[in-house]
Design a protein around this ligand. Structure first.
Ligand code: GLN
Length: 491
């Protein structure tokens, strides 16, 4: 049954409806694939019994004609989503053993539509990282390797490294992920998968462990643009339990895939031509521009003049919000508790033992930039920069309908290469954080391989709530790129 794992999500939905195979068969094939791929360390928790139980319930609904849009489809869930009764850790020791008493809205929406849960996927601790190396459960290994660079173990990107690796290695038909500064798009680019961060407010944040609440947004990762569209239509929707969730209808995003992009104006922001970017990424970008031109788009050069301030502003705003959000982990209510002589000692010992180094760094930075005397110089200034960045995009929309950029400044790098240098790690997010700061939708589509045979992605950025256009453009790039490469199975 191993060929069932190579289906697209769309083909699986159709096959299940046609009763070509059962959800129990499809799910078992994925459970076996997950068990055979433990070397990748993509899953923190596997839930095979739960998966089979959900699959059998799906088969019953399929038989009675009551199937939902994702009926019987096995998915992986980033371990940042609360799942009722199933451990949710945010890849942190401080939440080890925490079993949420409730379900996140996004995952509840997926189960409502019939999806099956295979387990919880690894990530950077509290989603802080770009390489999945800050996880308390160990790093994930990218299924892609490069013989020309010695077959070293590579990062799948981060923070949604488990989601990206699991989708790329065909351990699930799609996965949930979250993106605060690029954590869906960069891992998608590093693994040859499709990832979209929707408009801020498109998906409910209720039940997702908070990192930086004004930036966090959930989205899907999948192997095709259409699959990502199908997943997002289920995940999204207004939720009164999240006051930042937008009260808008969720379109049938899949209906945008394959639609003509003729006449769309595509902006190419000149500030994204950064120094030191590999020539191959420049070339791929040029290639993407040519593909969209061939598809009938008009290409315009645009300027986003405050781009260079985005990364420093992000690395003030995100830690500031994180330092506040993570104050709740005090050893009292959730997960780990260390002993101490008094309450303060318990707090301090629990936090010292429970948080990893990167999380501590963020809490320190965040507390500093919010403290009296520094608030105006850092946090307030960063908020002003954020406004300017959003204004840059608003101006760009006067002359174009979407933007095309590279997703990341490099292909997947080797594990360990940047883990001692936080600034080098943060530079990975140079093309992605602007989108979070402005609250816009951004998608990464696999577009080619570099000289070492590793995947590279192109990023499409759209107007707020205009994911539909991104799905049409993503579909056009996917068709032109004809990206069929898959990692060789070594695990
Ligand atoms: N790499 C970024 C960070 O560490 C983004 C993380 C994310 O999007 N969750 O903050």
């Amino acid at each position: 049954m191993s060929d069932l794992t190579s289906l697209t999500l769309k083909a699986a939905v159709d096959g299940l409806k046609a009763r070509a195979f059962s959800s129990a068969e499809l799910t078992q094939a994925h459970i076996d694939a997950v068990a055979a791929a433990r070397d990748l360390n993509a899953f923190i928790v596997e839930t095979p019994e739960k998966a089979l139980e959900m699959a059998r319930a799906s088969d019953a609904r399929l038989a009675s004609g009551a199937a939902g849009p994702l009926e019987g489809v096995p998915l992986g869930i980033k371990d940042l989503f609360c799942t009722e009764g199933v451990q949710a850790t945010a890849a942190s020791n401080i939440l080890k053993g925490f079993k949420p008493p409730y379900e996140s809205t996004v995952t509840a929406n997926l189960w409502r539509d019939g999806a099956v849960m295979l387990g919880k996927l690894n990530l950077d601790e509290f989603a802080m990282g770009s390489s999945n190396e800050t996880s308390a459960f160990g790093n994930v290994i990218n299924p892609w390797k490069s013989a020309s660079s010695g077959n070293r173990a590579l990062t799948p990107g981060g923070s949604s490294g488990g989601s990206a690796a699991a989708v790329a290695a065909q351990l699930c038909l799609g996965a949930t992920a979250t993106d605060t500064g690029g954590s869906i798009r960069q891992p998608a680019a590093f693994t040859g998968t499709v990832g979209i961060k929707p408009t801020y407010g498109r998906c409910s944040r209720w039940g997702i462990v908070a990192f930086a609440s004004s930036l966090d947004q959930a989205g899907p990762m999948a192997r095709t643009v259409e699959d990502a569209a199908i997943l997002l239509s289920s995940m999204a929707g207004h939720d009164p339990k999240d006051s930042t969730s937008l009260p808008v209808e969720t379109p049938d995003f899949a209906s945008f895939v394959g639609k003509s992009v003729k006449g769309l104006r595509i902006g190419v922001p000149k500030e994204y031509r950064v120094d030191g970017m590999p020539a191959e990424i420049e070339q791929l970008w040029e290639q993407g521009i040519a593909w969209l031109k061939d598809a009938g788009c008009e290409i315009v050069e645009v300027s986003l003049p405050h781009t260079k301030y985005a990364l420093p502003a992000y690395y003030i705003v995100a830690p500031a919000e994180a330092s506040s959000n993570l104050a709740r982990y005090d050893g009292m209510r959730f997960g780990l508790r260390e002993d101490g002589a008094n309450l303060t000692d318990i707090y301090e010992n629990s936090r010292a033992a429970g948080f990893g180094a990167e999380v501590k760094r963020r809490i320190l930075i965040g507390t500093y930039v919010l403290s009296a005397g520094y608030y105006d110089a850092y946090y307030l200034k960063a908020q002003k920069v954020r406004r300017r960045i959003a204004d840059d995009f608003d101006r760009a929309w006067e002359s174009c309908d979407a933007l095309l950029t590279p997703t990341a400044p490099s292909a997947a790098f080797a594990l360990g290469d940047k883990s001692d240098d936080p600034v080098a790690m943060y530079l990975n997010d140079i093309f992605t954080v602007t989108v979070n700061l402005a609250g816009l939708p951004g998608m990464s589509v696999p577009a080619g391989l570099d000289a070492n045979g590793l995947p590279l992605g192109l990023q499409l950025i759209g107007r707020a709530l205009d994911e539909g256009t991104l799905f049409s453009l993503g579909g056009a790039i996917e068709k032109a790129a004809n990206f069929t490469a898959r990692p060789e199975k070594w695990w």
